[in-house]
Design a protein around this ligand. Structure first.
Ligand SMILES: [Ca+2]
Length: 150
């Protein structure tokens, strides 16, 4: 973090990603770019948005030169957690999608934690809706039954 946003900053953020709590607040120097003590996708979004500003792309000169975000995309492939969280954000991912299509490296496997979360949550939500619907139907039938009985 030296005034230029570059791959060193991403590495720092990547190594702190997911860390931070009230007891263990992360610092700006550790990648907490929005000063909320946590290092998460919000911080990565800030980094990605400002990535390459104030610097020339010196990483890969010549015909293979990529824009800075392309270099960030390649670095991202080594951080599955950030990669998959970033993919989950449509706005953020729009910045990286062009690089995904030119096959710059193997896509990391989705981390266990991320794979486990969405599906049971969806299943639970569907079940809750189904139960609520059944309860509503049951209640209506009861009410009608009560009217008929009286
Ligand atoms: Ca933060």
């Amino acid at each position: 973090m030296d005034g230029q946003v570059n791959l060193d900053d991403f590495t720092v953020l990547g190594d702190s990603f997911g860390l931070g709590s009230d007891q263990n607040p992360q610092k700006w120097l550790q990648g907490d770019l929005n000063y909320n003590a946590l290092v998460n996708l919000d911080d990565f979004t800030i980094l990605a948005t400002t990535f390459g500003l104030g610097t020339q792309n010196m990483l890969r000169p010549g015909p293979d030169a990529l824009p800075p975000l392309g270099e960030l995309y390649i670095a991202l492939l080594d951080y599955p957690q950030i990669y998959w969280e970033a993919r989950g954000s449509r706005e953020l991912w729009a910045m990286f999608e062009p690089f995904e299509s030119i096959n710059l490296g193997p896509i990391p496997a989705m981390p266990e934690g991320l794979r486990a979360i969405p599906e049971p949550a969806t299943t639970a939500a569907v079940l809750a809706l189904a139960l609520a619907a059944r309860r509503t139907r049951g209640a209506r039938r009861d009410a009608r039954g009560a009217i008929l009985a009286s």
